[in-house]
Design a protein. Structure first.
Length: 353
């Protein structure tokens, strides 16, 4: 804690898309002071040179990663790094007493064999650390979050999909193995590092699926769904890249157990399920969410429908992948870790018309 009683916070991976969203929100957060920014190729640069529009607010230079420096300055550290790097530095930060919020996939999967199968990574030595990590989806694991010092923040597709699915599984409303998740993401979901498929010339005016049957968020979804259902669940997840920058729309389909369930029942069930979740809005009947409503906010909008003809439920979920799907959710978890209001320092109003 700083001399002024505020919590000192650092970000490793500050130049990335998640990093810059963290900077934007943490600068406005009433309980924290942003004191450290770390990176690799951006080390040595003033943050205002990387993001000139933030120069008047952030007077920090990005530094090369040095654990002792970070731990000497920061009580809390956000890691916005590519997969496979957080597990190399989180254990050392935890040893030095920092609270760590990891935005990557390194600590999300509880079974290391599943992790290896989907991420193809070599053996890791941090099994004990992994066993202490809590999956940072507050709407499902709110009670667990304050009891750890390592949060594994969920992926963006998983956040939007799981908020749509959870009431269905928790209340036993569907046949779990009929779950299908069809999701569309904006290009910022792929990060700021240059990738050819994310170039405007490649992504513009085109819509395509990718990672069909093998996207890394499949085991993450199945892990949480199995936990909610109380038995192993397998589902179909198909992501798509859509020509817009921010936002995810996940549409979930499943067969209902009770053919008599109607849309109004579903709305009541969802409203009760999320009554203590300030970042989830269950929309009125017949209203379907648009990604632009969530853009720039930590809100997840849910739209519900039942097709009596096919006996299927359809749930649509819209979030901003960089906020509720990443940086905002990490700050929501920090608020819970510290016992602060869950909404503190987080944006709720979209900037689109
Ligand atoms: N984008 C999204 O919608 C979401 C992303 N995620 C996950 O969050 C994490 C961050 O994603 P995102 O913000 O998109 O990533 P970006 O590609 O935009 O940024 C990556 C950051 O990591 C830094 N970095 C890379 N290598 C090193 C290193 N060896 N040492 C120190 N810093 C390094 C880069 O720093 P520098 O520029 O200095 O090299 C950069 O700041 C990823 O694991 C991603 O999978 C999770 C949910 C949603
Ligand atoms: C559009 C796009 O490329 N999206 C990314 C998902 C980003 C994300 O949440 O990734 P992590 O699970 O690695 O954190 C992808 O499909 O890999």
């Amino acid at each position: 804690m700083g001399d002024n009683g505020r919590t000192t916070v650092g970000i490793v991976g500050a130049s990335g898309y998640g990093g810059v969203q963290l900077v934007r929100m943490l600068c406005e957060h009433p309980k924290v002071d942003l004191v450290y920014l770390g990176g690799d190729s951006s080390a040595g640069k003033s943050y205002g040179d990387i993001y000139p529009h933030l120069a008047h607010q952030v007077n920090l230079t990005v530094e090369a990663v040095d654990i002792d420096t970070i731990a000497s300055r920061c009580e809390v550290v956000f890691l916005g790094l590519p997969n496979g790097l957080a597990c190399k530095i989180a254990p050392q930060l935890l040893d030095r007493g920092c609270l760590v919020l990891d935005l990557s996939a390194d600590y999300r999967l509880t079974d290391m064999e599943v992790y290896k199968a989907w991420y193809g990574s070599a053996d890791r030595a941090d099994h004990e650390v992994l066993s202490k990590a809590v999956y940072g989806l507050p709407e499902i694991y709110r009670d667990r979050i304050p009891h750890t010092n390592l949060i594994a923040c969920p992926g963006c597709y998983t956040t939007s999909s799981l908020l749509a699915i959870s009431p269905l599984l928790k209340q036993g409303l569907i046949e779990p193995d009929t779950l299908i998740v069809d999701a569309k993401s904006g290009t910022s979901g792929g990060g700021r590092q240059g990738k050819i498929n994310l170039l405007l010339a490649e992504a513009d005016s085109s819509l395509a699926a990718y990672g069909v049957t093998r996207h890394r968020h499949t085991p993450e979804l199945e892990q949480v769904c199995s936990d909610l259902a109380g038995h192993e669940v397998k589902l179909q997840f198909t992501p798509h890249l859509i020509p817009m920058v921010r936002g995810i729309l996940a549409t979930v389909y499943a067969t209902l157990r009770d053919p008599g369930l109607v849309r109004e029942d579903l709305r009541t069930i969802y409203s009760v399920f999320y009554q203590n979740s300030p970042w989830v809005r269950v929309l009125p009947n017949g209203i379907y969410p648009q990604t632009k409503w969530a853009c720039g906010t930590n809100v997840c909008y849910l739209g519900l429908e039942v097709d009596a003809r096919t006996n299927r439920v359809i749930v649509m979920s819209a979030i901003d992948n960089l906020i509720k799907g990443q940086a905002g959710q990490a700050i929501q978890c920090l608020n819970l870790l510290k016992g602060w209001e869950e909404t503190l320092g987080l944006p709720k109003l979209a900037f689109y018309p």
